[in-house]
Design a protein around this ligand. Structure first.
Ligand SMILES: [Zn+2]
Length: 200
C-alpha cells in the first residue's frame, strides 16, 4: 500500500512531461508543415538531397517531384508511362552510377528504399489504393523518394560527390537543394547541371 503511494508521484511526473512534450511537438509539426508546404506545394525541377557522412556510414536521401524523374505525376496507365517509371526505378536502384562516389572510398551499398505513389503499393488493399489514387488526383502532385545507406571502408577518401550523372540521367531536374552533414559540420549547397560537384 505504502509502496504504491510513494510510486505515484514518480509515475505521474513523466506522464505529464510526456503530454506537454507531445503537445509541443504537434504544434511544431503543424507549424513546419505550413512553412515548408505539403506534398502539393513541391516545385517542379527542384529536388532536395540530404547527405550525411558519419564515420564509415554514408547516407543519401533524395526527395524529388516525380515530374523531375519521369516527366509526369499521374498514375502510369499507358505502356509508355509504365516504361518511364520502370526506367527511373532502374536508375534509382543503381545509386553508385547516379552519385559517382570516389572509387578509392570503397563504398558498398548496404540498404536502399524507394517510395512513390507511382510505384504502386502491392501490399495495400485495393480499396485503400483507390482512395490514395483519388487523393493524389485531387492535389495533382506526386513525389519519388529514395534513400540509401553505404558503408565506406575508406571514408576519408570521400572528398566530393559528383552529381553530373544524376542531372544527365534525369534532365527534368534543374536544381538539387543539398543539406550535407560531414566531418566539417553542416552545410547547404545548391547544385545545378553546370555546378554539379559537392565537396565534403
Ligand atoms: Zn508536382
Amino acid at each position: 500500500m505504502r509502496r504504491t503511494l510513494l510510486a505515484l508521484p514518480f509515475a505521474l511526473l513523466p506522464l505529464s512531461l510526456a503530454q506537454a512534450a507531445s503537445h509541443e511537438h504537434a504544434h511544431d509539426h503543424d507549424h513546419a508543415h505550413e512553412e515548408h508546404g505539403s506534398l502539393g506545394a513541391h516545385e517542379h525541377g527542384v529536388a532536395s538531397l540530404n547527405v550525411a557522412l558519419d564515420g564509415q556510414t554514408l547516407e543519401i536521401q533524395l526527395e524529388s517531384p516525380a515530374m523531375n524523374l519521369v516527366g509526369f505525376e499521374h498514375e502510369a496507365k499507358s505502356d509508355a508511362d509504365k516504361a518511364k517509371v520502370a526506367a527511373a526505378r532502374e536508375h534509382l536502384e543503381q545509386p553508385q552510377a547516379l552519385f559517382a562516389l570516389p572509387i578509392e572510398a570503397k563504398c558498398a551499398l548496404q540498404e536502399s528504399a524507394l517510395e512513390s505513389p507511382l510505384f504502386g503499393e502491392a501490399e495495400h488493399e485495393h480499396a485503400e489504393h483507390e482512395h490514395e489514387h483519388e487523393h493524389g488526383d485531387e492535389h495533382g502532385h506526386s513525389d519519388i523518394d529514395a534513400s540509401y545507406r553505404f558503408a565506406c571502408a575508406h571514408a576519408e577518401a570521400l572528398k566530393t560527390l559528383e552529381l553530373g550523372s544524376f542531372f544527365g540521367t534525369f534532365p527534368g531536374t534543374e536544381k538539387l537543394e543539398v543539406q550535407l552533414i560531414g566531418p566539417g559540420g553542416q552545410q547547404g549547397a545548391e547544385l545545378t547541371p553546370s555546378n554539379s560537384r559537392l565537396s565534403f
